[in-house]
Write a new protein. Structure first.
Length: 145
């Protein structure tokens, strides 16, 4: 029986920059970090790569967890920094907030780019932005708590 999503994983080109954004700016707590060297056969088998090596960090905010990978090998393909959300694949993560306008202003002042100002969708207020690598995230403030 499936109970729900445990975590979401994001591959990034720079772990320090990712932690500065997700932990520093957004407020996620770093639960643990580790890395593995090339030649870790069990991990290669698990993730379906050969001679992989990576740094990993698990972050948590409330009940949401994000696992961040920075692969050293094999060489990752570069990500399109403006990948549109209509392309196939995972399109964004959504973070529930209170006082969306304040969060929008705080993050905008920190240099985060958003597609628009927060919008009223009827059931919630929301806005889409990009992390330092171009990954899309949404901030949402449901109406009525």
């Amino acid at each position: 029986m499936i109970h729900g999503i445990d975590h979401t994983a994001i591959s990034v080109p720079d772990m320090d920059r990712a932690l500065a954004f997700y932990a520093g700016l957004l407020g996620f707590e770093v639960l643990f970090q580790f890395e593995w060297p090339a030649g870790a056969e069990a991990l290669d088998k698990l993730i379906g790569l050969e001679q992989s090596s990576a740094k990993v960090a698990m972050l948590q905010l409330g009940e949401a967890q994000i696992e961040i990978f920075e692969f050293q090998s094999p060489e990752p393909a570069p990500q399109a920094p403006k990948r549109p959300v209509n392309d196939h694949g995972i399109t964004h993560i959504c973070l529930r907030v209170s006082d969306l306008d304040s969060e929008y202003e705080r993050l905008s002042q920190a240099g985060i780019r958003f597609n628009s100002a927060p919008l009223d969708t009827g059931a919630a207020y929301c806005v889409y932005g990009r992390d330092p690598f171009g990954n899309t995230f949404e901030l949402i403030e449901p109406k009525g708590g």
